[in-house]
Design a protein around this ligand. Structure first.
Ligand SMILES: Cc1cc2nc3c(=O)[nH]c(=O)nc-3n(C[C@H](O)[C@H](O)[C@H](O)COP(=O)(O)O)c2cc1C
Length: 441
């Protein structure tokens, strides 16, 4: 009887051990030391570790956007497999309908995510797994700015996209990482340095390039927000929808035709705010610094974009913060400034895609090149990919905000930037319009 019990127990233990050797059960579970790996030869290049199901994120989408901020210091606590699974699925997972959690740009997806633990893995969205890529711990190598239990390397496939469009898709993925991390009390920050982003020493395949690194971990300081809306806005107030983050990511869809020809002021206000506005939340996380964050990050905190809204009535510029008094957490005036009257959508369509002329609203993020100079000059054409990250993040925010309001949009590249600058009354030597984002019902 005792012997039988022992045999049964041993069989169960062997079974459990085998199961956990092929299924990632905890970060520690896949942190095989190099010696272990050589000894057991458990991991081959093709070895995949299925991640557990991602957690359902029930935070309302607008709340995720209000809480977005960069965190740079992390405790030594590990990120659990479920947390990693949740962040990776939100970042670039495949949904039930086969689509990704970010939109295609120019008809393709190009992002590749490296997951740096004690060894290097590649995220496989198809079956939500980690694929062993390379032995070795690269989390603290030169170029990594912050120490964290997980470093996510955002790269793009150069066969699928150029540096600008690859970086723009990374911008969408990066937003999802910020939102998901924040919603489960983890923290992150996009870091990108030139000339060589820190991921490249890992040894990327010849058709991949590194865009940036996002450390992921438990922040040393707790998130601490106080709701203080922007009362001075001349635009309708931002209201929370009833849509949680997971559903918003699941339901986003790109369309090329819309019902009707107009957009309500409420929808316009939400969509344009999501693209680049300030949060209603004051961040009091860092004891004596009070700060109102934007809906997306910006390299060096430059925030050099102008945002334009084009409807059948005309073209307006979104003034997202007239007075920079956010240091005290005071309200900031935001409104739409009319640039031109009349329906300019057909002309916008001529410079991009014909279907844009039917969109009730087109939002255009335009880089103000002079605003990328300041203390560190990031204005050179060869560095434009840095700013495409931000344009991609803005476009993604608009698509998610559209989803939570029952609307749909698209991300459209521009064929004739000079024509768009002329329409917006801008000097095309000084401004770079990056995408058209058509939206409507
Ligand atoms: C393309 C890009 C590159 C960035 N690179 C770095 C970086 O190298 N190091 C860093 O600490 N923050 C980096 N940031 C984050 C910004 O500094 C941050 O977004 C900005 O200061 C605003 O703060 P917030 O994100 O907390 O609102 C980068 C942001 C972007 C969009």
């Amino acid at each position: 009887m005792r012997r039988n019990y022992f045999i049964k127990e041993t069989t169960v233990l062997i079974f459990v051990a085998l199961f956990f050797s092929s299924t990632i059960s905890s970060v520690v579970g896949i942190d095989y030391s190099s010696e272990d790996m050589k000894e057991k030869d458990l991991i081959s290049v093709d070895q995949e570790y299925l991640l557990p199901s991602p957690q359902f994120i029930d935070m309302i989408f607008e709340e995720s956007i209000m809480r977005r901020m960069s965190m740079r210091n992390f405790t030594g606590d590990p990120v659990t497999d479920e947390e990693l699974s949740t962040v990776l699925w939100a970042a670039y997972g495949q949904r039930d309908d086969g689509k990704f959690t970010v939109a295609e740009i120019n008809g393709s997806h190009s992002v590749v995510i490296y997951v740096l633990l004690e060894n290097v893995y590649k995220y496989n969205p198809e079956n939500h797994s980690l694929v062993f890529y390379k032995e070795g711990d690269y989390r603290d190598i030169d170029g990594m700015q912050y120490h964290a239990p997980v470093q996510l390397g955002l790269c793009w496939n150069t066969d699928m996209a150029d540096a600008n469009l690859g970086s723009a898709e990374c911008g969408a993925v990066g937003q999802n990482i910020y939102f998901a991390a924040n919603s489960i009390d983890l923290g992150t920050v996009i870091t990108a340095q030139t000339p060589v982003p820190a991921i490249e020493p890992v040894g990327l395949p010849p058709n991949e390039e590194g865009m940036g690194i996002m450390p992921l971990g438990h922040p040393v300081i707790d998130y601490n927000f106080v709701n203080r809306p922007i009362y001075l806005s001349l635009l309708p107030r931002i209201k929370f929808s009833e849509m949680d983050l997971t559903t918003t990511l699941e339901e986003r869809e790109e369309v090329t035709s819309w019902e009707g020809n107009s957009i309500s002021r409420k929808d316009l206000s939400h969509l344009i705010w999501a693209s680049y506005g300030y949060s209603y939340y004051i961040d009091k996380s860092k004891s004596n610094v009070v700060k109102r964050h934007h809906t997306l990050p910006s390299a060096h905190g430059y925030y050099p974009f102008r945002i334009y809204a084009v409807t059948k009535a005309g073209i307006s510029r979104y003034i997202y913060g007239l007075f920079k008094i956010d240091f005290f957490g005071l309200p900031i005036v935001s409104f739409l400034l009319r640039i031109d009257g009349g329906d300019r959508r057909p002309a916008i369509a001529e410079a991009s895609e014909s279907f844009v002329s039917n969109a009730p609203l087109c939002i255009i993020p335009v880089l103000d090149i002079e605003k990328t100079i300041d203390w560190d000059d990031l204005s050179d054409e060869s560095l434009r990919w840095i700013w495409y990250y931000e344009a991609g993040a803005a476009a993604h925010n608009i698509l998610l905000q559209a989803t939570s309001r029952g609307l749909s949009g698209n991300i459209v590249t521009i064929n004739d930037k000079e024509a768009i600058c002329t329409l917006l009354k801008l000097d095309n030597e000084k401004f770079d319009p990056m995408f058209i984002i058509p939206v409507g019902k």
